[in-house]
Design a protein around this ligand. Structure first.
Ligand SMILES: Nc1ncnc2c1ncn2[C@@H]1O[C@H](COP(=O)(O)OP(=O)(O)O)[C@@H](O)[C@H]1O
Ligand SMILES: [Mg+2]
Length: 413
């Protein structure tokens, strides 16, 4: 032990998040003494998070709550402290919030979709940050302590939790929360917000409706998952979507989504369910479309196989810093599955129709290129640009060779 905090036992100071007087953010407004009392009454057993009724009963039993209005408010506040993200909960519930990051007690950041901004929320001290991280990990059913100092888990409401404590975070515990929200950025919103040129909207809709097999590419944080979710929102409602992801991120606005998420092996090294397993499994679950949230390993083989055997309308994202890197990237991933290069080229060219490549410049994320996937005369896999855009404020996109035929083929769909 390093002496920094105690794992899992007390939760010192969780309730005492200080919020600067000028802060616009709400605070939980529950007295630390009352919260401690409620915590004691609820017991410290390993049972799942207490529900509203249990919290309300504990509050009532404390004899310090008068009036049913106060009880409702306090129940909500107490539950946030006891089971949710404590002092971070109001930030997570704020409109448009995508990420909440805690680097230290006085170093809390929030992204409301327009970049990271420092928040006024403070935690009492470094021990409180660690205790909060440990408690959220426990709520997510995971362990976080000196022996297992990094956690990647999901809170009951779908929020993704990443946290690290000493010894891997020597300056003190750090927490990163990513909110799972229904895709707020639908295709028209992406167009209106300048992420997609208006000229391309009809083509994108046509590609989805026409069941093109699409690969969304770009660097980290360029908006691949966001665009993918928006495209899924265009899929006709009578189609059944099977999404496969490492950890659930996609929450498209669509009435028929079956989400599968991979599982890591447990500490004994058993119980792993890989993306490859899930793509295979998804194919047997009567999908109208297979969606692979992020393709980053050997599962590319199953994806290409599926798309080449009648499962059209499939979509996936792949990390690539430029559209012309996509062939090499696919070959590298497929090599992990033992596929030789010429086989990857042939399969990918047959399976994939269009690459949608995203870029990020000066904080703006935008669709920079629409490209066709094909097999060159040399037998190499080729991603051939059909239109290119330099982003918001740069004027319209430039059509390249092949744009007209792409539009003719897909726009009318
Ligand atoms: N067009 C956009 N406008 C505003 N925020 C966006 C846009 N696209 C993505 N984001 C935000 O940027 C972050 C990263 O996006 P994400 O789609 O997860 O990227 P990737 O999948 O490429 O890593 C998310 O918080 C997301 O909400
Ligand atoms: Mg992503």
């Amino acid at each position: 032990m390093t002496g920094r905090g105690t794992s899992g036992t007390g939760t010192p100071g969780l309730s005492t998040a200080r919020v600067a007087a000028s802060a616009p953010e709400p605070r939980s407004g529950i007295a630390p003494g009352l919260l401690a009392d409620v915590r004691t009454r609820l017991g410290t057993g390993p049972a799942g998070p207490p529900d509203d009724a249990a919290v309300a009963a504990a509050l009532r039993a404390s004899g310090r709550v008068l009036g049913s209005d106060a009880l409702v408010d306090l129940t909500r506040a107490a539950r946030a402290e006891l089971t949710g993200a404590g002092p971070l909960q109001p930030l997570l519930e704020g409109p448009g919030v995508t990420d909440v990051l805690v680097n230290g007690p006085d170093d809390v950041w929030v992204d409301r979709g327009d970049g990271l901004r420092r928040s006024d929320v403070r935690l009492p001290d470094a021990d409180a940050v660690r205790a909060l991280a440990v408690r959220m990990a426990a709520v997510a059913g995971a362990r976080l302590d000196d022996a297992s100092p990094v956690v990647d888990a999901r809170l009951p409401d779908g929020t993704r939790l990443h946290a690290a404590v000493e010894p891997v975070a020597p300056a003190g515990a750090v927490i990163a929360l990513r909110v799972l929200r229904q895709a707020v950025l639908d295709l028209p919103t992406l167009v209106a917000g300048g992420a997609v040129p208006p000229d391309w909207e009809a083509l994108l809709t046509g590609l989805v409706r026409g069941r093109a097999n699409l690969l969304v590419t770009g660097g980290t944080g360029t908006g691949k998952t966001t665009l993918l979710a928006a495209l899924l929102g265009v899929v006709p409602p009578d189609e059944r979507l099977l999404t496969v992801e490492e950890a659930r991120e996609l929450a498209p606005v669509h009435p028929h989504v079956v989400a599968l998420a991979a599982r890591r092996p447990n500490v004994e090294g058993v119980g792993e369910v890989t993306l490859t397993d899930l793509v295979r499994g998804a194919l047997r679950m009567r999908p109208d479309r297979i969606v692979l949230g992020e393709c980053r390993g050997a599962e590319v083989r199953e994806l290409l196989l599926a798309l080449n055997t009648g499962h059209d309308g499939g979509m996936a994202t792949v990390h690539a810093n430029a559209a012309e890197h996509v062939p090499a990237r696919l070959e590298a991933l497929a090599a992990l599955a033992g596929m030789p290069r010429p086989a990857v080229a042939a399969q990918a060219a047959a399976a994939l129709d269009v690459v949608l490549h995203l870029r990020r410049r000066a904080g703006a994320r935008y669709l920079a290129q629409v490209a066709a996937v094909r097999l060159a005369d040399t037998g190499e896999l080729e991603v051939h640009p059909a239109a290119t855009w330099d982003g918001p404020g740069s004027g319209g996109p430039r059509a390249e060779d092949g744009w007209q035929s792409m539009v003719r083929r897909w726009s009318a769909c």
